[in-house]
Design a protein around this ligand. Sequence first.
Ligand code: GLN
Length: 533
Amino acid sequence: MADTKYIFVTGGVVSSLGKGIVAASLGKLLQARGYKVTIQKFDPYINIDPGTLNPYEHGECYVTEDGREADLDLGHYERFLNIPTSKANNITTGRIYQNVIDKERKGDFLGKTVQVVPHITDEIKRNIMILGKTRKYDFVITEIGGTVGDIESLPYIESVRQLRWELGKNCLCVHLTYVPYIAAAKEVKTKPTQHSVKLLQEQGVQPNILVLRTESELSKNICRKVALFCNVDEDAVIQSYDVHSIYEVPVVLAKQGMDKIVLQKMGMSLDSQLDLTCWKKFLENMKTAEKTVTIGLIGKYVELPDAYKSINESLLQAATYHKRKLDLRFIHSEKLNEKNVAELLNDLDGIIVAPGFGQRGIEGKFVALKYARENNKPTFGICLGMQCMVIEFARNVLELSDANSTEMEPNTPYKVIDLMEEQKHLIFMGGSMRLGVYDCKVEKASKAYEAYKSELIRERHRHRYEFNNEYKKQFENKGMKCTGINPDTGLVEVVEIPELRWYLGTQFHPEYNSTVVKPNPLFMSFIEAVVNN
Ligand code: GLN
Protein backbone atom coordinates (compact mmCIF):
# COMPACT_ATOMS: atom_id res chain seq x y z
CA MET A 1 0.00 0.00 0.00
CA ALA A 2 1.24 3.48 -0.85
CA ASP A 3 1.91 6.00 1.90
CA THR A 4 -1.10 7.29 3.81
CA LYS A 5 -2.02 10.81 2.73
CA TYR A 6 -2.99 13.40 5.31
CA ILE A 7 -5.41 16.22 4.54
CA PHE A 8 -6.03 18.95 7.10
CA VAL A 9 -9.15 21.07 7.11
CA THR A 10 -8.90 24.34 9.01
CA GLY A 11 -11.40 27.16 9.24
CA GLY A 12 -11.21 30.93 9.35
CA VAL A 13 -13.25 34.14 9.72
CA VAL A 14 -16.20 32.73 11.67
CA SER A 15 -17.30 29.43 13.13
CA SER A 16 -20.33 27.42 11.98
CA LEU A 17 -19.31 27.51 8.31
CA GLY A 18 -19.68 23.77 8.02
CA LYS A 19 -16.08 22.58 8.17
CA GLY A 20 -17.36 19.16 9.17
CA ILE A 21 -19.57 19.00 6.09
CA VAL A 22 -16.72 20.07 3.80
CA ALA A 23 -14.41 17.46 5.38
CA ALA A 24 -17.12 14.80 5.05
CA SER A 25 -17.89 15.81 1.46
CA LEU A 26 -14.26 15.68 0.39
CA GLY A 27 -13.99 12.30 2.12
CA LYS A 28 -17.04 11.15 0.21
CA LEU A 29 -15.52 12.17 -3.14
CA LEU A 30 -12.25 10.35 -2.46
CA GLN A 31 -14.17 7.31 -1.27
CA ALA A 32 -16.32 7.47 -4.41
CA ARG A 33 -13.08 7.19 -6.39
CA GLY A 34 -12.32 3.94 -4.64
CA TYR A 35 -10.00 5.17 -1.88
CA LYS A 36 -10.20 4.13 1.76
CA VAL A 37 -10.84 7.23 3.82
CA THR A 38 -11.32 8.13 7.46
CA ILE A 39 -12.01 11.51 9.00
CA GLN A 40 -11.02 12.63 12.47
CA LYS A 41 -11.69 15.75 14.48
CA PHE A 42 -9.36 17.55 16.88
CA ASP A 43 -11.22 19.85 19.24
CA PRO A 44 -9.24 22.61 20.94
CA TYR A 45 -11.35 22.74 24.13
CA ILE A 46 -10.10 21.43 27.45
CA ASN A 47 -12.92 19.01 28.26
CA ILE A 48 -11.72 15.43 27.88
CA ASP A 49 -14.73 14.74 25.67
CA PRO A 50 -18.09 16.43 25.02
CA GLY A 51 -19.92 13.94 27.27
CA THR A 52 -20.20 16.36 30.16
CA LEU A 53 -21.14 19.33 27.96
CA ASN A 54 -24.58 20.83 27.89
CA PRO A 55 -26.07 20.59 24.35
CA TYR A 56 -26.25 24.41 24.37
CA GLU A 57 -22.44 24.39 24.11
CA HIS A 58 -21.73 22.21 21.07
CA GLY A 59 -25.03 20.54 20.16
CA GLU A 60 -25.57 16.82 20.27
CA CYS A 61 -23.08 14.47 21.86
CA TYR A 62 -22.41 11.67 19.38
CA VAL A 63 -21.36 8.17 20.44
CA THR A 64 -19.00 5.88 18.54
CA GLU A 65 -19.38 2.10 18.39
CA ASP A 66 -16.48 1.65 20.79
CA GLY A 67 -18.12 3.96 23.31
CA ARG A 68 -16.51 7.36 22.91
CA GLU A 69 -18.72 10.38 23.57
CA ALA A 70 -17.74 12.51 20.63
CA ASP A 71 -18.28 15.68 18.65
CA LEU A 72 -21.35 15.72 16.43
CA ASP A 73 -19.18 16.11 13.33
CA LEU A 74 -18.32 12.41 13.68
CA GLY A 75 -21.99 11.82 12.95
CA HIS A 76 -21.59 13.66 9.64
CA TYR A 77 -18.48 11.64 8.83
CA GLU A 78 -20.35 8.38 9.39
CA ARG A 79 -23.49 9.49 7.56
CA PHE A 80 -21.44 10.55 4.52
CA LEU A 81 -18.88 7.74 4.42
CA ASN A 82 -21.01 4.90 5.79
CA ILE A 83 -18.13 3.59 7.89
CA PRO A 84 -17.89 3.67 11.69
CA THR A 85 -15.61 6.04 13.53
CA SER A 86 -13.87 5.13 16.77
CA LYS A 87 -12.20 6.57 19.85
CA ALA A 88 -9.24 7.55 17.73
CA ASN A 89 -11.40 9.82 15.54
CA ASN A 90 -12.03 12.53 18.13
CA ILE A 91 -9.36 14.03 20.34
CA THR A 92 -9.59 17.13 22.52
CA THR A 93 -6.96 19.37 24.06
CA GLY A 94 -8.00 17.96 27.42
CA ARG A 95 -7.04 14.47 26.33
CA ILE A 96 -3.74 15.66 24.82
CA TYR A 97 -2.76 17.41 28.05
CA GLN A 98 -3.93 14.51 30.18
CA ASN A 99 -1.70 12.11 28.22
CA VAL A 100 1.29 14.45 28.46
CA ILE A 101 0.78 15.05 32.18
CA ASP A 102 0.40 11.31 32.84
CA LYS A 103 3.73 10.74 31.04
CA GLU A 104 5.34 13.50 33.05
CA ARG A 105 4.17 11.89 36.32
CA LYS A 106 5.60 8.56 35.18
CA GLY A 107 8.92 10.25 34.61
CA ASP A 108 8.92 9.60 30.87
CA PHE A 109 10.43 12.99 30.04
CA LEU A 110 13.67 12.20 31.87
CA GLY A 111 14.10 15.47 33.68
CA LYS A 112 13.24 17.74 30.75
CA THR A 113 11.02 20.83 31.06
CA VAL A 114 7.67 19.86 29.56
CA GLN A 115 6.51 22.49 27.04
CA VAL A 116 3.79 23.18 24.49
CA VAL A 117 6.41 22.82 21.76
CA PRO A 118 7.58 20.07 21.44
CA HIS A 119 5.71 17.97 24.01
CA ILE A 120 2.10 19.03 23.42
CA THR A 121 2.65 19.30 19.66
CA ASP A 122 4.36 15.87 19.61
CA GLU A 123 1.37 14.36 21.39
CA ILE A 124 -1.00 16.07 18.91
CA LYS A 125 1.08 14.73 15.99
CA ARG A 126 1.17 11.24 17.49
CA ASN A 127 -2.61 11.26 17.78
CA ILE A 128 -3.08 12.64 14.25
CA MET A 129 -1.05 9.71 12.89
CA ILE A 130 -2.69 6.89 14.89
CA LEU A 131 -5.28 5.95 12.26
CA GLY A 132 -2.81 6.42 9.40
CA LYS A 133 -0.35 4.05 11.06
CA THR A 134 -2.92 1.23 10.99
CA ARG A 135 -2.32 1.25 7.18
CA LYS A 136 -6.05 0.77 6.69
CA TYR A 137 -6.57 4.10 4.96
CA ASP A 138 -5.35 5.83 1.83
CA PHE A 139 -6.47 9.17 3.23
CA VAL A 140 -6.77 10.47 6.76
CA ILE A 141 -8.67 13.75 6.79
CA THR A 142 -8.21 15.77 9.97
CA GLU A 143 -10.61 18.55 10.81
CA ILE A 144 -9.17 21.07 13.24
CA GLY A 145 -11.98 22.49 15.38
CA GLY A 146 -12.31 26.18 16.10
CA THR A 147 -11.12 29.08 13.97
CA VAL A 148 -7.60 30.11 12.98
CA GLY A 149 -6.53 32.90 15.30
CA ASP A 150 -8.08 31.34 18.41
CA ILE A 151 -5.47 31.11 21.16
CA GLU A 152 -6.43 27.51 21.85
CA SER A 153 -5.98 26.46 18.19
CA LEU A 154 -2.32 27.52 18.10
CA PRO A 155 -0.73 24.19 19.09
CA TYR A 156 -2.81 22.42 16.44
CA ILE A 157 -1.82 24.78 13.64
CA GLU A 158 1.80 24.46 14.79
CA SER A 159 1.46 20.66 14.60
CA VAL A 160 0.03 20.95 11.09
CA ARG A 161 3.00 23.16 10.13
CA GLN A 162 5.46 20.58 11.42
CA LEU A 163 3.65 17.67 9.75
CA ARG A 164 3.56 19.45 6.40
CA TRP A 165 7.31 19.77 6.63
CA GLU A 166 7.77 16.14 7.63
CA LEU A 167 5.25 14.57 5.23
CA GLY A 168 5.93 16.69 2.13
CA LYS A 169 3.68 15.68 -0.76
CA ASN A 170 1.72 13.33 1.46
CA CYS A 171 0.18 16.27 3.25
CA LEU A 172 -2.26 18.92 2.11
CA CYS A 173 -4.07 21.79 3.77
CA VAL A 174 -7.60 22.90 2.94
CA HIS A 175 -8.74 26.16 4.50
CA LEU A 176 -12.40 27.10 4.72
CA THR A 177 -13.36 30.77 4.94
CA TYR A 178 -16.34 33.02 4.50
CA VAL A 179 -17.10 35.49 1.72
CA PRO A 180 -19.92 37.74 2.96
CA TYR A 181 -22.32 39.72 0.82
CA ILE A 182 -22.64 43.28 2.02
CA ALA A 183 -26.16 44.31 1.09
CA ALA A 184 -25.60 48.07 1.42
CA ALA A 185 -22.65 47.93 -1.02
CA LYS A 186 -24.25 45.19 -3.14
CA GLU A 187 -20.90 43.45 -3.13
CA VAL A 188 -19.26 40.30 -1.87
CA LYS A 189 -16.12 40.91 0.14
CA THR A 190 -12.95 38.84 0.04
CA LYS A 191 -11.03 40.78 2.67
CA PRO A 192 -11.97 38.49 5.58
CA THR A 193 -10.62 35.56 3.55
CA GLN A 194 -7.40 37.41 2.80
CA HIS A 195 -6.96 38.20 6.50
CA SER A 196 -7.67 34.65 7.54
CA VAL A 197 -5.13 33.22 5.09
CA LYS A 198 -2.55 35.79 6.24
CA LEU A 199 -3.09 34.63 9.80
CA LEU A 200 -2.53 31.05 8.75
CA GLN A 201 0.59 32.03 6.80
CA GLU A 202 1.93 33.91 9.83
CA GLN A 203 1.66 30.62 11.67
CA GLY A 204 3.69 28.96 8.94
CA VAL A 205 0.94 27.20 7.04
CA GLN A 206 0.23 27.97 3.39
CA PRO A 207 -3.13 26.46 2.40
CA ASN A 208 -3.13 24.46 -0.86
CA ILE A 209 -6.87 24.68 -1.41
CA LEU A 210 -9.36 27.31 -0.29
CA VAL A 211 -13.05 26.63 0.12
CA LEU A 212 -15.12 29.80 0.16
CA ARG A 213 -18.48 29.61 1.92
CA THR A 214 -20.90 32.01 0.32
CA GLU A 215 -24.61 32.53 0.07
CA SER A 216 -24.71 32.51 -3.74
CA GLU A 217 -22.31 31.51 -6.48
CA LEU A 218 -19.28 33.77 -6.86
CA SER A 219 -17.95 35.10 -10.16
CA LYS A 220 -14.68 33.85 -11.66
CA ASN A 221 -13.20 37.29 -10.96
CA ILE A 222 -13.74 36.97 -7.24
CA CYS A 223 -12.06 33.56 -7.18
CA ARG A 224 -9.17 34.92 -9.26
CA LYS A 225 -8.74 37.77 -6.82
CA VAL A 226 -8.67 35.41 -3.84
CA ALA A 227 -6.14 33.18 -5.62
CA LEU A 228 -3.89 36.16 -6.30
CA PHE A 229 -3.95 37.47 -2.75
CA CYS A 230 -3.62 34.11 -1.06
CA ASN A 231 -0.90 32.28 -3.08
CA VAL A 232 -3.35 29.59 -4.13
CA ASP A 233 -3.87 28.23 -7.65
CA GLU A 234 -6.95 29.63 -9.30
CA ASP A 235 -8.54 26.22 -9.83
CA ALA A 236 -7.86 25.44 -6.16
CA VAL A 237 -10.22 28.20 -5.05
CA ILE A 238 -13.41 26.23 -4.61
CA GLN A 239 -16.73 27.66 -3.58
CA SER A 240 -19.33 26.14 -1.35
CA TYR A 241 -22.48 28.16 -1.84
CA ASP A 242 -25.72 27.60 0.07
CA VAL A 243 -27.66 24.53 -1.04
CA HIS A 244 -30.93 23.05 0.19
CA SER A 245 -29.35 20.04 1.78
CA ILE A 246 -25.92 19.28 3.22
CA TYR A 247 -25.96 16.12 1.10
CA GLU A 248 -25.64 18.26 -2.04
CA VAL A 249 -22.25 19.59 -0.97
CA PRO A 250 -20.21 16.66 -2.38
CA VAL A 251 -21.82 17.26 -5.76
CA VAL A 252 -21.08 21.00 -5.59
CA LEU A 253 -17.42 20.26 -4.79
CA ALA A 254 -17.19 17.56 -7.46
CA LYS A 255 -18.48 19.96 -10.11
CA GLN A 256 -15.46 22.13 -9.41
CA GLY A 257 -13.14 19.14 -9.52
CA MET A 258 -12.02 19.35 -5.90
CA ASP A 259 -11.25 15.61 -5.78
CA LYS A 260 -9.04 15.87 -8.87
CA ILE A 261 -7.21 18.87 -7.50
CA VAL A 262 -6.46 16.97 -4.30
CA LEU A 263 -5.15 13.95 -6.23
CA GLN A 264 -3.06 16.13 -8.51
CA LYS A 265 -1.53 18.08 -5.66
CA MET A 266 -0.65 14.88 -3.87
CA GLY A 267 0.99 13.46 -6.96
CA MET A 268 -1.60 10.72 -7.41
CA SER A 269 -3.07 9.20 -10.53
CA LEU A 270 -6.30 10.59 -11.97
CA ASP A 271 -7.30 7.27 -13.53
CA SER A 272 -9.96 6.37 -10.97
CA GLN A 273 -13.58 7.18 -11.81
CA LEU A 274 -15.79 9.18 -9.50
CA ASP A 275 -18.89 7.09 -8.85
CA LEU A 276 -21.64 8.95 -7.01
CA THR A 277 -24.53 6.92 -8.42
CA CYS A 278 -26.17 5.93 -5.08
CA TRP A 279 -25.58 9.37 -3.67
CA LYS A 280 -27.20 11.11 -6.61
CA LYS A 281 -30.14 8.72 -6.51
CA PHE A 282 -30.71 9.76 -2.90
CA LEU A 283 -30.57 13.45 -3.86
CA GLU A 284 -32.95 12.81 -6.73
CA ASN A 285 -35.47 11.18 -4.34
CA MET A 286 -35.12 14.15 -2.05
CA LYS A 287 -35.81 16.61 -4.87
CA THR A 288 -38.69 14.77 -6.46
CA ALA A 289 -40.55 13.83 -3.27
CA GLU A 290 -43.95 15.49 -3.35
CA LYS A 291 -45.85 14.24 -0.35
CA THR A 292 -44.79 15.21 3.14
CA VAL A 293 -44.56 13.43 6.47
CA THR A 294 -45.01 15.65 9.49
CA ILE A 295 -43.15 14.47 12.56
CA GLY A 296 -43.14 16.13 15.95
CA LEU A 297 -39.92 15.88 17.93
CA ILE A 298 -40.65 16.40 21.60
CA GLY A 299 -37.69 17.56 23.62
CA LYS A 300 -36.37 20.38 25.72
CA TYR A 301 -33.70 21.78 23.38
CA VAL A 302 -36.09 22.67 20.59
CA GLU A 303 -34.59 26.11 19.98
CA LEU A 304 -31.34 24.34 19.20
CA PRO A 305 -31.79 21.90 16.29
CA ASP A 306 -28.16 20.69 16.57
CA ALA A 307 -29.09 19.11 19.90
CA TYR A 308 -30.93 16.36 18.04
CA LYS A 309 -28.80 16.35 14.87
CA SER A 310 -28.62 12.59 14.38
CA ILE A 311 -32.36 12.17 14.91
CA ASN A 312 -33.10 14.89 12.32
CA GLU A 313 -30.79 13.24 9.80
CA SER A 314 -32.08 9.71 10.44
CA LEU A 315 -35.64 10.92 9.92
CA LEU A 316 -34.69 12.77 6.76
CA GLN A 317 -32.91 9.70 5.36
CA ALA A 318 -35.84 7.39 6.13
CA ALA A 319 -38.36 9.90 4.73
CA THR A 320 -36.30 10.27 1.56
CA TYR A 321 -36.20 6.50 1.05
CA HIS A 322 -39.99 6.57 1.33
CA LYS A 323 -40.07 9.38 -1.25
CA ARG A 324 -41.43 11.86 1.25
CA LYS A 325 -40.38 15.34 2.25
CA LEU A 326 -39.78 15.70 5.96
CA ASP A 327 -41.63 18.38 7.88
CA LEU A 328 -39.99 18.14 11.29
CA ARG A 329 -41.60 20.21 14.03
CA PHE A 330 -39.84 20.76 17.30
CA ILE A 331 -42.21 20.77 20.23
CA HIS A 332 -41.03 22.07 23.55
CA SER A 333 -41.86 19.48 26.21
CA GLU A 334 -41.99 22.17 28.92
CA LYS A 335 -44.81 23.88 27.06
CA LEU A 336 -46.96 20.77 26.63
CA ASN A 337 -49.88 20.20 28.99
CA GLU A 338 -53.26 18.43 29.12
CA LYS A 339 -54.98 21.52 27.75
CA ASN A 340 -52.89 22.12 24.62
CA VAL A 341 -51.71 18.61 23.80
CA ALA A 342 -54.46 17.78 21.29
CA GLU A 343 -54.00 21.08 19.51
CA LEU A 344 -50.22 20.67 19.31
CA LEU A 345 -50.07 17.00 18.35
CA ASN A 346 -53.23 16.39 16.39
CA ASP A 347 -51.83 17.36 12.98
CA LEU A 348 -48.70 15.28 13.32
CA ASP A 349 -48.32 12.02 11.41
CA GLY A 350 -45.88 10.67 13.99
CA ILE A 351 -44.17 11.57 17.23
CA ILE A 352 -40.64 11.12 18.49
CA VAL A 353 -39.80 11.59 22.14
CA ALA A 354 -36.20 12.67 22.46
CA PRO A 355 -33.38 11.39 24.65
CA GLY A 356 -32.23 13.55 27.53
CA PHE A 357 -31.30 13.95 31.14
CA GLY A 358 -32.96 15.39 34.22
CA GLN A 359 -36.39 16.50 35.33
CA ARG A 360 -36.89 19.59 33.15
CA GLY A 361 -39.66 19.08 30.60
CA ILE A 362 -40.32 15.49 31.62
CA GLU A 363 -43.99 15.90 32.58
CA GLY A 364 -44.76 17.30 29.10
CA LYS A 365 -43.31 14.12 27.60
CA PHE A 366 -45.74 12.02 29.66
CA VAL A 367 -48.65 14.16 28.48
CA ALA A 368 -47.57 13.74 24.86
CA LEU A 369 -47.11 10.00 25.23
CA LYS A 370 -50.51 9.50 26.86
CA TYR A 371 -52.11 11.40 23.99
CA ALA A 372 -50.14 9.45 21.38
CA ARG A 373 -50.93 6.09 22.98
CA GLU A 374 -54.64 6.83 23.39
CA ASN A 375 -54.91 8.20 19.85
CA ASN A 376 -52.82 5.47 18.26
CA LYS A 377 -50.28 7.81 16.67
CA PRO A 378 -47.06 6.17 15.44
CA THR A 379 -44.65 6.96 18.27
CA PHE A 380 -40.93 6.41 18.74
CA GLY A 381 -39.23 6.87 22.10
CA ILE A 382 -35.45 7.03 22.22
CA CYS A 383 -33.51 6.39 25.43
CA LEU A 384 -35.13 8.84 27.88
CA GLY A 385 -38.05 8.80 25.43
CA MET A 386 -38.38 5.04 25.94
CA GLN A 387 -38.08 5.44 29.69
CA CYS A 388 -40.90 8.01 29.55
CA MET A 389 -43.06 5.53 27.61
CA VAL A 390 -42.55 3.05 30.44
CA ILE A 391 -43.33 5.60 33.16
CA GLU A 392 -46.44 6.92 31.41
CA PHE A 393 -47.70 3.35 30.93
CA ALA A 394 -47.03 2.53 34.58
CA ARG A 395 -48.92 5.58 35.80
CA ASN A 396 -51.91 5.46 33.50
CA VAL A 397 -52.35 1.79 32.62
CA LEU A 398 -50.83 -0.12 35.53
CA GLU A 399 -52.25 2.54 37.85
CA LEU A 400 -49.00 2.89 39.73
CA SER A 401 -49.52 6.56 40.38
CA ASP A 402 -46.32 8.53 40.89
CA ALA A 403 -44.28 5.80 39.17
CA ASN A 404 -41.06 7.39 37.98
CA SER A 405 -37.40 6.99 37.18
CA THR A 406 -35.13 7.33 40.17
CA GLU A 407 -33.24 9.86 38.04
CA MET A 408 -36.20 12.23 38.43
CA GLU A 409 -37.51 11.15 41.83
CA PRO A 410 -35.18 8.99 43.96
CA ASN A 411 -37.99 8.27 46.46
CA THR A 412 -40.66 7.24 43.99
CA PRO A 413 -42.84 4.40 45.35
CA TYR A 414 -42.57 2.63 41.97
CA LYS A 415 -39.08 2.64 40.52
CA VAL A 416 -40.03 1.41 37.06
CA ILE A 417 -36.81 2.95 35.73
CA ASP A 418 -33.85 2.60 38.05
CA LEU A 419 -30.12 3.21 38.17
CA MET A 420 -28.08 0.33 36.73
CA GLU A 421 -26.28 -1.66 39.41
CA GLU A 422 -22.80 -0.86 38.06
CA GLN A 423 -23.64 2.86 38.09
CA LYS A 424 -24.42 2.99 41.81
CA HIS A 425 -20.94 3.56 43.15
CA LEU A 426 -19.51 5.85 40.47
CA ILE A 427 -17.96 9.13 41.49
CA PHE A 428 -16.78 10.48 38.12
CA MET A 429 -19.48 11.60 35.70
CA GLY A 430 -17.27 11.79 32.59
CA GLY A 431 -17.23 8.78 30.26
CA SER A 432 -18.88 6.57 32.88
CA MET A 433 -22.29 5.86 31.34
CA ARG A 434 -23.12 2.59 29.61
CA LEU A 435 -21.61 3.63 26.30
CA GLY A 436 -21.20 2.21 22.83
CA VAL A 437 -22.44 -0.87 21.07
CA TYR A 438 -24.16 -3.78 22.88
CA ASP A 439 -25.98 -6.82 21.57
CA CYS A 440 -29.74 -6.98 21.67
CA LYS A 441 -31.78 -10.12 21.11
CA VAL A 442 -35.01 -9.31 19.34
CA GLU A 443 -38.21 -11.28 19.74
CA LYS A 444 -39.47 -12.65 16.43
CA ALA A 445 -43.05 -11.49 16.84
CA SER A 446 -42.28 -7.80 17.08
CA LYS A 447 -42.06 -4.58 15.12
CA ALA A 448 -38.37 -4.49 15.94
CA TYR A 449 -37.84 -7.84 14.23
CA GLU A 450 -39.92 -6.77 11.24
CA ALA A 451 -37.65 -3.76 10.95
CA TYR A 452 -34.24 -5.40 11.40
CA LYS A 453 -35.16 -8.83 9.99
CA SER A 454 -32.67 -10.25 12.42
CA GLU A 455 -32.83 -11.74 15.89
CA LEU A 456 -29.52 -10.27 16.95
CA ILE A 457 -28.84 -6.59 16.49
CA ARG A 458 -26.18 -4.20 17.77
CA GLU A 459 -26.87 -0.56 18.56
CA ARG A 460 -25.16 2.19 20.53
CA HIS A 461 -25.98 3.32 24.05
CA ARG A 462 -25.56 6.27 26.34
CA HIS A 463 -27.42 5.95 29.63
CA ARG A 464 -27.23 5.21 33.35
CA TYR A 465 -30.81 4.14 34.08
CA GLU A 466 -32.67 1.06 32.90
CA PHE A 467 -36.05 -0.64 32.82
CA ASN A 468 -36.64 -2.32 36.19
CA ASN A 469 -37.15 -6.01 35.40
CA GLU A 470 -39.13 -6.52 38.64
CA TYR A 471 -42.06 -4.90 36.84
CA LYS A 472 -41.66 -6.73 33.54
CA LYS A 473 -44.54 -9.21 34.11
CA GLN A 474 -46.96 -6.43 35.07
CA PHE A 475 -46.14 -4.46 31.93
CA GLU A 476 -46.39 -7.48 29.66
CA ASN A 477 -49.72 -8.58 31.15
CA LYS A 478 -51.20 -5.19 30.35
CA GLY A 479 -49.87 -4.99 26.81
CA MET A 480 -46.45 -3.35 26.86
CA LYS A 481 -43.98 -6.00 25.69
CA CYS A 482 -40.25 -6.11 26.15
CA THR A 483 -39.22 -7.24 22.66
CA GLY A 484 -35.49 -6.54 22.77
CA ILE A 485 -33.25 -7.81 25.56
CA ASN A 486 -29.50 -7.72 26.07
CA PRO A 487 -28.55 -11.42 26.04
CA ASP A 488 -25.77 -11.04 28.63
CA THR A 489 -27.43 -8.85 31.26
CA GLY A 490 -31.17 -9.23 30.65
CA LEU A 491 -31.42 -5.47 30.30
CA VAL A 492 -34.52 -4.36 28.42
CA GLU A 493 -33.55 -2.65 25.18
CA VAL A 494 -36.87 -2.37 23.31
CA VAL A 495 -40.46 -1.98 24.48
CA GLU A 496 -43.53 -2.04 22.24
CA ILE A 497 -47.30 -1.98 22.48
CA PRO A 498 -48.17 -4.50 19.75
CA GLU A 499 -51.84 -3.55 19.86
CA LEU A 500 -51.05 -0.09 18.52
CA ARG A 501 -49.99 0.91 15.02
CA TRP A 502 -46.36 1.61 15.90
CA TYR A 503 -45.54 2.44 19.47
CA LEU A 504 -41.94 1.52 20.19
CA GLY A 505 -39.19 2.68 22.51
CA THR A 506 -35.51 1.83 22.50
CA GLN A 507 -33.05 2.15 25.34
CA PHE A 508 -30.36 2.39 22.65
CA HIS A 509 -29.83 5.21 20.16
CA PRO A 510 -30.56 3.97 16.63
CA GLU A 511 -30.00 7.52 15.33
CA TYR A 512 -26.23 7.11 15.74
CA ASN A 513 -26.34 4.33 13.20
CA SER A 514 -28.11 5.68 10.14
CA THR A 515 -26.34 6.78 6.98
CA VAL A 516 -27.30 8.07 3.56
CA VAL A 517 -26.69 4.73 1.87
CA LYS A 518 -27.83 2.63 4.86
CA PRO A 519 -30.70 4.23 6.75
CA ASN A 520 -31.48 2.74 10.16
CA PRO A 521 -34.13 -0.04 9.99
CA LEU A 522 -36.14 1.32 12.94
CA PHE A 523 -36.38 4.79 11.44
CA MET A 524 -37.39 3.18 8.15
CA SER A 525 -40.05 1.13 9.90
CA PHE A 526 -41.32 4.16 11.84
CA ILE A 527 -41.66 6.27 8.69
CA GLU A 528 -43.28 3.35 6.89
CA ALA A 529 -45.89 3.18 9.66
CA VAL A 530 -46.39 6.93 9.41
CA VAL A 531 -46.79 6.75 5.63
CA ASN A 532 -49.23 3.82 5.85
CA ASN A 533 -51.28 5.61 8.47
N1 GLN B 1 -31.18 10.07 31.47
C1 GLN B 1 -31.42 8.74 31.05
C2 GLN B 1 -30.35 7.77 31.54
O1 GLN B 1 -29.27 8.19 31.89
C3 GLN B 1 -31.52 8.67 29.53
C4 GLN B 1 -30.27 9.05 28.82
C5 GLN B 1 -30.48 9.39 27.37
O2 GLN B 1 -31.59 9.69 26.94
N2 GLN B 1 -29.42 9.37 26.60
O3 GLN B 1 -30.57 6.60 31.59
